[in-house]
Design a protein around this ligand. Sequence first.
Ligand SMILES: *[C@@H]1O[C@H](CO)[C@@H](O)[C@H](O)[C@H]1NC(C)=O
Ligand SMILES: *[C@@H]1O[C@H](CO)[C@@H](O)[C@H](O)[C@H]1NC(C)=O
Ligand SMILES: *[C@@H]1O[C@H](CO)[C@@H](O)[C@H](O)[C@H]1NC(C)=O
Ligand SMILES: *[C@@H]1O[C@H](CO)[C@@H](O)[C@H](O)[C@H]1NC(C)=O
Length: 264
Amino acid sequence: MNMITIILWALANQVTSQTNVTDISSANILAQQKTISENSDLYLTCSTFGKKKQIQVTVYLCKGDLWIDKKLQKQDRYETTFTIQRVGLHHSGNYSCVYSTRGDLPTKVTKKREPIEIVVISNFLPADISVAAPSDVHEGDDVAFRCIVSGPLQTLGECQLIHSYLMRNQTILQVQAFNVPGMEANFTIEGAVVRDSGHYSCVVLPSKCIQEGEKTLYGNNRVLVEVKESLIFRLIASFRVIALMILLGLGLCLWWINKQGIRT
Ligand SMILES: *[C@@H]1O[C@H](CO)[C@@H](O)[C@H](O)[C@H]1NC(C)=O
Ligand SMILES: *[C@@H]1O[C@H](CO)[C@@H](O)[C@H](O)[C@H]1NC(C)=O
Ligand SMILES: *[C@@H]1O[C@H](CO)[C@@H](O)[C@H](O)[C@H]1NC(C)=O
Ligand SMILES: *[C@@H]1O[C@H](CO)[C@@H](O)[C@H](O)[C@H]1NC(C)=O
């Protein structure tokens, strides 16, 4: 008889304590990495370990002061993982977790909690490009380009050396290391020819410490380079061809004479 009352009392107590956990509690948040490259998947884990009792709760993932996702957590579980697929730059922000026995919390969460800041690193960033020298490009000239990033540049894992592309008319021409502390890279087109004319742009790849598959991109800041045809260059080029033909002809003659000599 005594035993039954104790059990009943315990049950009743559990019910009241359950209904009274309706207010929100903060949970811990864990992330594998706090900087993540654009288009990859972000995994965030909310942990109620050491915080909740053996009860089923709803875990809410919050960004800023709003919750953006929720999941049921069974009474024997203490970790709930949320996945945000193919993150964009707008996914950067402060994330946190709360839990409640209620599954219908208002979207604005006022409970004080410890957030973590997630930074999404862009894959391509247009850089400022200028023609370092010469300003008036003629055929045969070496054209030097200077790419500069103004403003803060966040890279994956605080990488110091990333890649940058020199592009013409939206195709990649050259790949170069971009020194993040120095914030600049130089490119050179050696011996420009007329078909090097076009719109040049420069991009940096803050999320890539190593080179990956090539990709075309629309650069923002462009500089127009017009290579002027030079008569002397043309003449030299044609002289070279003529000289080569004479040499070839001579070689053929010699070979033929030699062959005749062997035959007789
Ligand atoms: C549980 O919460 C209710 C109001 O929601 C309150 O009246 C009651 O006293 C609380 N019980 C305990 C044990 O805190
Ligand atoms: C995240 O929080 C930090 C400080 O807690 C603050 O400096 C930063 O601006 C916040 N980021 C966003 C995107 O709100
Ligand atoms: C790029 O060229 C400029 C001069 O045009 C020079 O001052 C600078 O040091 C060069 N930067 C690198 C990274 O080579
Ligand atoms: C690039 O575009 C310009 C004009 O838009 C054009 O004159 C030039 O021929 C193009 N160059 C290449 C290599 O496609």
